[in-house]
Design a protein around this ligand. Sequence first.
Ligand code: HEC
Ligand code: HEC
Length: 270
Amino acid sequence: MKRFILVVFGVFLVIFASYFFNSVAYAKGKLNKKMIAKEKIQAALKIGKSEFYSAKLGTNGFSCAKCHVDSIGTYIPKVGKVVRSLAGVAATFPRFNPKSHQVITLGERLNMCIVHALKGKPLSGQKLNELTLYVTYLSNGYRIKGYNTTPSPVFTKADRNPKTVQQALTLGKHYYDTPLGASSLSCDSCHPGGGAGVLGGKPTKPVIGHAVYYPTYKKWGKIITMQDQFNHCIYTGEEGFKKKIGSKVWKYLDLYVYSLSKGYKISVGK
Ligand code: HEC
Ligand code: HEC
């Protein structure tokens, strides 16, 4: 009997020890992952900042910082007016332009300055994401502005070519609710109503409030924007096909997803 108790105790000890060391290793791995992500995003922020101050993005000797220098803005004789500081600007993107009837993302807006104000070539990929990260960082703590309107409950044919903000948001929500890949899953299947859902027994992350972390670092894509996240979700989750960054579906979805985070404070680069 004594021997039996000893054996049971021994087995219990082994199980407990392996559980203990496993969970320590697991926690360590998680911590490491967090530290790596933090280092990567800090490094990207540095690169983005040096791009912002660099005269080499364009051809006329200007840098972003020359016009958008600090919290009060700068007077640029060539432009003939005070150019606004960029603090808080990221909280107002993506925007629906009521004149051109187009969605414009922050990345696209700063490329416009590269082309027109710096006489340079538009950036893309990591370089664009790093500069976008730095410009967004200048808006840390500002609340996402969003719009004072919500999607209409019924999707109509007219919403396919939006002329108003409400129509633009309605189209974005329509894309959110529509299966985009081969597996008949939509964004809404995995993140119902913008909240967290369950996928194969595992919880998925909520979408509401999470736009404030973008651009961010993810192992699979380095510095990513919201549209890169869509591509990841649809490609791995929906057996869909990656869509071009800046494609119509991604842009309206981008506008809608950011509107779901209206009022949340921007918090990037951490
Ligand atoms: C020659 C001056 C000049 C340079 C250089 C310049 N910009 Fe601009 N930028 C402007 C002006 C003018 C506007 C229009 C807003 C305004 O009237 O203040 C603007 C607007 C913007 C906006 C949108 C602001 C808003 O709320 O609509 C962003 C974002 C921006 N610039 C980013 C950049 C970035 C990033 C760079 C460097 C790649 C850059 N700009 C370089 C002059 C400049
Ligand atoms: C098959 C399930 C599935 C589908 C479909 C799906 N997602 Fe996801 N999504 C996930 C999972 C799981 C995560 C968390 C892991 C990750 O970051 O990849 C996630 C992460 C996200 C995040 C980031 C949350 C955070 O804080 O990291 C956003 C935003 C998002 N999804 C939006 C969307 C949108 C918009 C669509 C439609 C284009 C979509 N997802 C489609 C499962 C899905």
